[in-house]
Write a protein that binds this ligand. Structure first.
Ligand code: SF4
Length: 501
């Protein structure tokens, strides 16, 4: 994957992509602002969400054990996965144990993060995405480009072509004469997916939240496909990041208000599915479990994959508060122009720029470039329902990339070297520190710069050209500010000379 500047450079040339993104992000952005403005105590809800997440993350060791105990007591089985490979191996073994070779999936960022579909395919197990946008992405052999709207980069005409061309390869073909009307496209997807729902014996999901006090998992969605995957199959496997825990049902109340308004601009989610254990648990002993809803076997795979290391970072840990609402993507001027694919991760936009380099490390070209994929305008922080200070983390990660330093990797402290390509930046910063700590030298340098200002180039040479190629170098004033201040007694007299430029 190329670094973000290269990938973004190519993406912004695609005028169809830019048009699709602009239309979609501006529409969602306006609706979200309206939905949030309806809530008089939004600021208090935001603060409450932040505090609940911070408290949970600080006591994650305790809450994880509580979740394991509660899920086990309800008839489920908990598995612990340190990384993507381990999680994929666990899920593949669980599916193989059922004797099935296909699964239906609820949209899940965690399973995309670990590349589960590809890992299952390598084991001869076909995973079918059932969220409409994920279906479009899967049929188009594409990659998601948005957390909530994975096919945001596609317009209706493109979707029609994908359905008409690909559906027959995967199952029920698209109806003859399919047009790009939303109702027809939705009906084509509904018919195509229905036979997969009714046939599947294994469902795979993520979860938006896990309530520690009862071991209850929660999935919020808009289409009802999640409800089908969570209730029809006999075996349900949920892969969930360890940061998704909330301690109590009362805590959940906060997020069930902030998440739908921040994500789809809805007052509440059309489908909020919650499940605790299995229909075979002791609590069901007085009911007929054969006729009860829901899976008979439930497995919860708790995924670390870099989260514990992220938790150890005193600035970056706040990224784990994220509830994946995608509001930060929809207001980001960089995302709006570059699109999601340029971020080289399942987590695009501002949250991706701080989460991916922490989960994966900053060693690769793409991860070292992501903290720079921002203008630091702060719009992402303003809309975040859990008040993640994304600009603060971006600056923190830029320092790590440019300077190196101590980080936690797989639970151990390691010292990172500075990333390649930042030698000039570091030399400039060292020179600035040297000059700023010597007032006499700084003053002499300012005077010299003022006197020689007509000789200054308008663009920088060498590696500096990349910086000045898209910016105007500010003109140096004819007289340094300090000299002007002294000469004019703080601007009270003209000092016998024209004022500073
Ligand atoms: S960082 Fe905040 S705004 Fe962005 S997806 Fe996460 S919760 Fe939503």
């Amino acid at each position: 994957m190329p670094a973000f500047p290269k990938a973004a450079h190519d993406a912004v040339r695609d005028t169809t992509l830019r048009g699709n993104l602009r239309h979609a992000t501006h529409t969602i952005r306006a609706k979200r602002a309206h939905a949030v403005a309806e809530v008089s105590d939004w600021a208090e809800l935001r603060e409450a969400g932040k505090r609940i997440k911070d408290h949970t993350l600080r006591h994650l060791d305790r809450y994880l054990v509580q979740v394991e105990e509660a899920v086990t007591a309800a008839g489920g089985v908990v598995h612990w996965a340190a990384d993507a490979d381990e999680a994929n191996r666990i899920v593949a073994e669980l599916v193989r144990a059922t004797g099935e070779s296909e699964v239906v999936k609820v949209k899940s960022m965690a399973t995309q993060e670990i590349g589960l579909n590809e890992a299952l395919e390598a084991e001869g197990i076909h995973a079918y995405e059932t969220d409409l946008a994920e279906l479009i992405v899967q049929l188009g052999r594409d990659r998601p480009s948005h957390i909530l709207v994975p096919a945001i980069h596609r317009n209706r005409g493109e979707i029609r072509d994908i359905f008409a061309r690909e559906m027959g390869e995967w199952g029920r073909p698209a109806p003859e004469g399919l047009t790009d009307s939303p109702a027809e496209l939705a009906e084509a997807a509904r018919l195509h997916l229905r036979e997969k729902f009714l046939r599947a014996k294994v469902g795979i999901s993520g979860a938006n939240f896990v309530v520690a006090e009862t071991g209850t998992l929660v999935v919020v969605e808009s289409e009802g496909n999640g409800r089908m995957c969570l209730t029809l199959p006999e075996t349900l496997i949920s892969v969930v990041g360890i940061e998704k825990i909330v301690p109590t049902w009362q805590d959940l109340e906060v997020f069930l208000q902030t998440l739908p308004r921040s994500s789809t601009a809805e007052r509440m989610n059309p489908y909020t599915s919650m499940w605790t254990g299995t229909t075979n648990s002791e609590s069901d002993s007085d009911s007929d479990s054969d006729s009860a809803d829901g899976p008979k076997n439930f497995h919860l795979v708790l995924l670390d994959n870099g989260r514990t290391d992220t938790l150890a970072d005193e600035v970056g840990w706040q990224a784990l508060r994220c509830i994946r609402c995608s509001a930060c993507l929809n207001v980001c001027p960089v995302y709006e122009r570059a699109g999601g694919h340029a971020y080289g991760s399942v987590y695009p936009g501002p949250i991706g720029a701080i989460l991916s380099p922490q989960l994966r490390g900053t060693e690769s070209e793409i991860d070292a470039s992501l903290p720079y994929a921002s203008s630091l305008c702060g719009a992402c922080y303003e809309v975040c329902p859990v008040a993640i200070d994304i600009p603060e983390v971006l600056v923190h990660l830029r320092e790590r990339v440019a300077q190196g330093g101590t980080v936690t990797r797989e639970g151990a402290k390691v010292v990172l070297k500075p990333a390649k390509g930042h030698a000039a930046e570091r030399a400039a910063m060292r020179a600035a520190r040297w000059a700023f700590s010597r007032p006499g030298v700084l003053r002499a340098g300012q005077r010299l710069a003022s006197r020689t200002r007509r000789l200054h180039p308008r663009t920088l040479p060498g590696p500096g050209r990349a910086w000045s190629g898209s910016r105007d170098l500010p003109p140096v004033p004819a007289e340094p500010f300090r000299d002007w201040w002294q000469r004019t007694n703080g601007g009270k007299t003209d000092g016998g000379k024209g004022g500073a430029e």
